[in-house]
Design a protein. Structure first.
Length: 82
């Protein structure tokens, strides 16, 4: 089995771990194992990428098609109709 050493743990966190361990009736080491077990078994929420977030922010803004990729071409001013 692997071992993990945690340095510079705040005293109040250690005290809270000891209190939780006493509540559950096991050692502080077992308490930490239980916490880590639960943490790694929780699904990690996926964060949408930047492009997806930008597209969502401007959805419904009137753009009907995909934007062409421009590389090295000068940008043109947008035409606004009244």
């Amino acid at each position: 089995m692997a071992q993990v050493l945690v340095r510079h743990l705040d005293d109040h966190i250690k005290a809270q771990l000891q209190q939780r361990a006493r509540l559950h009736g096991w050692s502080m080491e077992e308490e930490v194992r239980q916490i880590l077990r639960r943490a790694v078994n929780e699904p990690v929420p996926s964060t949408p990428g930047l492009g997806t977030r930008i597209a969502a922010r401007f959805a419904g803004g009137g753009l009907d098609g995909p934007l062409p990729e421009w590389r090295g071409q000068p940008a043109e001013a947008m035409r606004i109709e009244d």
